[in-house]
Design a protein around this ligand. Sequence first.
Ligand SMILES: Nc1ncnc2c1ncn2[C@@H]1O[C@H](COP(=O)(O)OP(=O)(O)OP(=O)(O)O)[C@@H](O)[C@H]1O
Ligand SMILES: [Mg+2]
Length: 247
Amino acid sequence: MTSTPLVVLENVNKHFGDLHVLRDIDLTVNSGEVVVVIGPSGSGKSTLCRTINRLETIDSGTITLDGQPLPAEGRGLAKLRSDVGMVFQSFNLFAHKTVLQNVTLGPLKVLRQSKSEAEARGMELLDRVRIGNQAHKYPAQLSGGQQQRVAIARALAMNPKVILFDEPTSALDPEMVQEVLDVMTDLASEGMTMVVVTHEMGFARRAANRVVFMADGQIVEENTPDEFFTSPRSERAKDFLSKILTH
Ligand SMILES: Nc1ncnc2c1ncn2[C@@H]1O[C@H](COP(=O)(O)OP(=O)(O)OP(=O)(O)O)[C@@H](O)[C@H]1O
Ligand SMILES: [Mg+2]
């Protein structure tokens, strides 16, 4: 594996009013790396993700993508949003557009691809997430797991440098979780750079290069999945793992 830093956060701080939600965050995500972020509710995992594509601003510190500081506005910000894909718990698909139209919208409007180019690539990506046969349906006609795979194809269509996943399987019925994790595992093994907030510890063990454990806005522990799950160092991590692994 290469170790070219792709996303670098240095000394990042963020407040919501009096709440210090990100505290001195230092995190480097290398190109091709899969970093799984775990931690208790309210620890700042979503906020961390959202700062990386500037859905949230930061108060101090620096974030760079490919060596460049995150652009604040304008064309640079639009480019950032295509370089940093995001997949949320709620799929956020356009209800009145077909699956294929959902996937081609960004490439047509932002990347200025031709319709034929965007559709060919869209179909290729829908096949890749194993849903090509649903291309002409509307989101409401699909299961949650299928909709989330559309959301992943939509992110991929922008040719992102990194994709952030914020609890992508948390809203799914249990029987649909695996099909989404399988697609994510494929992406990981194909070398996609991924930051994944998840409670799916099986996925973390299988696909992560590194686990980052957050609590109270801080990165408390960072380790390989093997080390983290078998011998967590901090009391916070031990406590967290005992709760999630036994329920
Ligand atoms: N827009 C906001 N305004 C004010 N407070 C916020 C805002 N967004 C998040 N917070 C607060 O910041 C803290 C961190 O929230 P965040 O959503 O990042 O946590 P999380 O680790 O993703 O939690 P969960 O596991 O529940 O998704 C929480 O206390 C939350 O209530
Ligand atoms: Mg969250």
